[in-house]
Design a binder for this molecule. Structure first.
Ligand SMILES: [Ca+2]
Ligand SMILES: [Ca+2]
Length: 418
């Protein structure tokens, strides 16, 4: 029998407002912020769509990390820069702020970390607006972890408390999603991707490069270990990660260089552009994945293509003298990582301009093939929940940039043709 957690719902009507509180005892969330089994959605029968819910306090929001959308009221107390670090001056950027029930709060355990999407940063980011410190504001978004801390993500509205209407982004005033060239939509189309929507070809490449290269937090190669334990966590076992090519679930703690341990696979092989592991392409976690040490060695710096002989300890993988073919379940993931790298790294920053081509045996040239096969893999293996979560965790917690091809697989065709 499944464990049934009793739920209560306290509804009070106060001057025409319905106030719905979820008891903190129900706010069971996993470390990754996913709703726990007991945190069921509010049943439709209890919903009162005609009434406006009063804002939650920060303590209520911290205790109700259910993933559901809510408006929270609190005082701006600083900018979170890590799970237990909130800075109160010399703000590094405009990406996040912390709110609390008291303007004098200094304990991060009583703060909610609020993600600031790109469209709101100029008005609500602390680097641009340090005078926001101490102001009471209302924020609306999903109650879910940010910086691995109780938070709000995909924030859709910011307003000073007491104003009659909330502020919305100029590009998100409608609720209907923006349609991309072939119809796929993403929750970020009206914010993060707003300036790219409608573009194709080189113009789309250029604009996506600008977007995904802005405000990026560059990790060190050592930090990549910690990031991968988060981004590639086994959904069925939070102590483990999933190795990309082999598909094996392995203890997070079993990382290193020994036989049957996992290490940091560069899907865009380091030698293809000679970027090594200094901070940059070699530490860009969008293309770094856990892999078995031996399988990683077999893949080496091979280009990607179909065919070859079975690879030991890697069911469904093939390789020959000049190429490697991953298992079917991650073929699209590989394609979208390679093409992300091609758009993210365009030269002019001390690193090579990485691009796909239609060859194998590229060696140390800053190219990886085979493009025609990668495009096919993108179509045959669309993004699944694991790949989408990974993109979100990298955006929310680690690098603060997205892989556009995970959000919009059809942009592969829009840029690289069919
Ligand atoms: Ca896949
Ligand atoms: Ca490039």
């Amino acid at each position: 029998m499944p464990v049934v957690i009793p739920r209560r719902r306290i509804a009070a009507v106060v001057t025409g407002l319905a106030v719905a509180l979820v008891p903190p005892s129900l706010a069971l969330t996993s470390a990754a912020g996913a709703p726990a089994a007991g945190a069921l959605p509010v049943p439709h029968a209890a919903a009162a769509p005609a009434l406006v819910a009063a804002p939650l306090t920060v303590s209520q929001a911290v205790a109700s990390q259910t993933g559901q959308s809510a408006t929270v009221r609190g005082y701006v107390v600083g900018q979170p820069t890590a799970t237990s670090t909130v800075v109160r001056s010399s703000f590094p950027n405009d990406y996040a702020l912390a709110i609390a029930d008291s303007a004098a709060e200094t304990s991060t355990s009583r703060m909610l970390y609020v993600q600031i999407p790109s469209a709101f940063r100029s008005a609500w980011g602390l680097k641009s607006n340090p005078s926001l410190m101490g102001r009471q504001i209302d924020v609306t978004g999903a109650l879910s972890a940010y910086f691995s801390h109780p938070g709000m993500t995909s924030t859709t509205a910011f307003a000073f408390s007491g104003t009659s209407t909330t502020t919305t982004s100029p590009t998100s005033t409608t609720t209907s999603p923006t349609t991309s060239p072939t119809g796929t939509t993403s929750p970020y189309d009206s914010t993060y991707y707003a300036s790219a929507i409608g573009k194709t070809g080189t113009a789309l490449h250029t604009e996506l490069h600008r977007i995904i290269s802005s405000g990026v937090t560059t990790l060190t190669y050592d930090q990549v270990w910690t990031a991968l334990k988060d981004t590639d966590q086994d959904p069925a076992n939070s102590n483990n990660v999933i190795e990309i090519y082999s598909g094996r679930s392995i203890a997070k703690s079993d990382n290193g260089g020994g036989v049957d341990q996992w290490n940091r696979e560069h899907v865009w092989a380091k030698s293809h552009g000679d970027f090594g592991t200094v901070n940059g392409p070699g530490t860009d976690v969008h293309h770094l994945r856990p892999e078995d040490v031996t399988v990683n060695s077999t893949r080496g710096n091979l280009d990607f293509d179909l065919g070859g002989s079975p690879v030991a300890q890697c069911t469904g993988c093939l390789s020959d003298g000049d190429s490697f073919e991953p298992r079917n379940a991650v073929k699209g993931d590989v394609a979208r990582m390679i093409l992300y790298m091609a758009v993210r790294w365009d030269g002019g920053d001390g690193f090579a301009d990485l691009e796909p081509n239609n060859l194998v045996g590229n060696g140390t040239a800053p190219y990886i093939g085979r493009l025609s096969v990668l495009k096919q893999w993108n179509l045959q293996d669309p993004p699944d929940a694991f790949e989408k979560r990974r993109n979100q965790v990298i955006f929310d917690t680690w690098q603060h940039n997205r892989n556009p091809f995970v959000d919009h697989p059809e942009w592969v065709t829009a840029i690289y043709g069919s």
